[in-house]
Design a protein around this ligand. Structure first.
Ligand code: C2E
Ligand code: MG
Ligand code: MG
Length: 257
């Protein structure tokens, strides 16, 4: 498998799909999240959960992440040149990239070689990444933020969720994990957690994005409870770049106004 990933990188078999993120009150697309896919000649489209964890076990993740970041920023540049400069781009960062001095430096160099509007770029990291080496992570995140980038805490609620850590972290956006969203409003426990994350984020001055919205009653609940942003199959699945641009031209049927 490792060898196949490596060959796949040389053959340029890794592509990015983009899932739109919506402003839940206006139902407008405000940004997209880049999600990697492996177009394998023998297996077809392979989901990231089948190869990212493997790549992370070796140093392959470093090269893969450089490919992903370069492709995402190249796409962002093209969109900016085509009148879509306001569309935000979110890029997932592996914990290994944050932790390695050398790789983080290379990533910084790649990013700085793309003259795009850094204020519209968000790096997504998970709690587990941060907590493992909190001082190092804080230093790295502060560096990215000083360049204008924003930081989102991905899969929130599934990691250590240490609130004392959370208040210290330089975080702009909290993404509520899809495991909670999938159970609202049907299950009391998950609904209560979602509600408290929304309150917590508001008090901490963080924006909140709900991931994994699949049903209308979930969307309605989030809209009623003033969750600002959302993604999910109900609104739009991850799509290749050209198709996601088509999606931006459509009007969404779930607007509240
Ligand atoms: P994530 O960053 O939390 O991404 C959200 C995942 O939820 C994506 O899965 C997306 O397709 C999926 N999703 C979106 N809407 C729904 C929904 O309504 N229902 C359900 N059940 N799922 C939904 P995907 O693309 O398979 O990615 C899985 C994970 O792999 C990501 O979770 C992220 O941790 C990692 N990943 C994906 N692309 C990259 C990348 O470019 N770099 C790194 N380092 N990790 C990546
Ligand atoms: Mg993410
Ligand atoms: Mg997530």
């Amino acid at each position: 498998m490792m060898n196949k990933i490596s060959v796949g990188m040389n053959r340029d078999e890794f592509v990015l799909f983009y899932q739109p993120e919506y402003n839940l009150s206006t139902c407008e697309i405000i940004g997209v999240e880049a999600l990697v896919r492996w177009i394998s000649p023998d297996k077809g489209i392979v989901e990231p959960e089948l190869f990212i964890p493997l790549a992370e076990k070796t140093s392959l993740i470093y090269e893969l992440e450089r490919i992903i970041i370069s492709k995402a920023l190249q796409q962002k540049l093209e969109w900016e040149q085509n009148g879509l400069e306001h569309i935000e781009l979110s890029i997932n960062l592996s914990s290994k990239s944050i932790e390695s001095d050398n790789d983080f430096r290379i990533i910084e160099e790649i990013i700085l070689s793309y003259k795009v509007n850094y204020k519209t770029i968000i790096f997504e990291i998970t709690e587990t990444t941060l907590i493992r080496n909190i001082d190092l992570a804080m230093e790295r995140l502060d560096r990215l933020r000083s360049l204008g980038f924003r930081i989102a805490l991905d899969d929130f609620g599934t990691g250590y969720s240490s609130l004392s850590h959370l208040i210290r972290l330089p975080i702009d956006i909290i993404k509520i994990d899809k495991s909670f969203i999938g159970s609202i409003p049907a299950r009391n426990g998950e609904t209560a957690i979602t509600k408290s994350i929304l309150t917590l984020a508001r008090d901490l001055n963080c924006k909140v994005v709900a991931e994994g919205i699949e049903k209308e009653d979930q969307l309605e609940y989030l809209q009623k409870n003033s969750c600002e942003g959302g993604q999910g199959f109900l609104l739009c699945i991850p799509l290749p770049a050209e198709q996601v641009v088509e999606e931006m031209k459509k009007t969404c049927q779930y607007s509240r106004s």
